[in-house]
Design a protein around this ligand. Structure first.
Ligand SMILES: Cc1cc2nc3c(=O)[nH]c(=O)nc-3n(C[C@H](O)[C@H](O)[C@H](O)COP(=O)(O)O)c2cc1C
Length: 227
């Protein structure tokens, strides 16, 4: 029995953007997704749908996407990843995370092509041997999108327990049609996010990124406690 505590898993989870080319056994992926079924959802509606792509299917999928990438053409978006004008302090949080990430691989702001090339690695799941897609019916609203997020976080924490790492990827919102067609999703499906999963490449510079967080008191107010 693995002895990873919840606190350890929460602390160790990070977005990993460089993976070893080592396959993840089907049984392990299945166990993670199966255990994650205990994730909560409002009214227990369990709005999530998951598609897992690995092995030959992943090679095939990556090739389809690589061809799409050549044209730089995105498919019609099913949702906006960020509000059009992100406000403070969230804008700065996002900006700094990007700057810290590109600094680790020495890509300055002016190097637009370098940044685009790094961004494009999303569309090969950063070399991960397993790619996942999380979707839900478009009739569902914000509460159910949040439920899908809870399922995803549960998956990411359980992956840690198995010695695996992940990177959630809403970048995949760029290719909903390709994903829906490849995974044979319903017409009404919205692809919320992808996720790369695999064994971390310990030498990859991007895996040294320890992102910042706002201090607790910046976003929390306690009422009625005797401090
Ligand atoms: C729903 C969701 C979607 C994300 N999409 C992407 C993505 O498309 N590409 C990427 O590199 N990181 C993506 N991330 C990772 C975030 O950038 C990352 O969680 C954040 O910077 C905090 O860093 P950490 O995960 O290492 O703690 C996503 C995270 C979440 C929760």
């Amino acid at each position: 029995m693995n002895s990873t505590s919840v606190s350890e898993a929460v602390d160790r989870r990070m977005s990993v953007r460089g993976f070893l080319p080592k396959p993840v056994p089907y049984d392990i992926v299945r166990e993670i997704l199966d255990k994650a079924r205990r994730a909560p959802s409002g009214g227990n509606v369990q709005p999530w749908k998951v598609n897992v792509v690995a092995g030959e299917a992943l090679t095939k999928f990556n090739a389809i996407v690589a061809e799409k990438l050549q044209t730089m053409e995105a498919e019609p978006a099913q949702y906006e990843v960020y509000p059009p004008k992100l406000w403070e302090p969230h804008r700065s949080y996002r900006f700094k995370t990007g700057e810290d990430l590109y600094a680790l691989i020495n890509i300055p702001r002016e190097d637009k092509m370098g940044r685009l090339q790094q961004l494009a690695k999303n569309f090969q799941f950063f070399g991960a041997p397993v790619g996942l897609f999380f979707s839900l019916d478009k009739k569902f609203g914000p509460p159910q999108w949040s439920d899908v997020g809870m399922y995803m976080q549960t998956v990411m924490l359980l992956a840690i327990e198995q010695g695996l790492d992940t990177c959630a990827q809403e970048a995949w919102s760029r290719y909903p049609e390709t994903i829906k067609s490849f995974c044979d999703l319903d017409d009404d499906a919205v692809v919320f996010s992808g996720m790369a999963m695999g064994y971390r490449d310990p030498d990859h510079p991007l895996n040294r990124l320890r992102t910042d967080r706002a201090a607790l008191d910046e976003f929390t107010t306690f009422h009625g406690f005797d401090e």
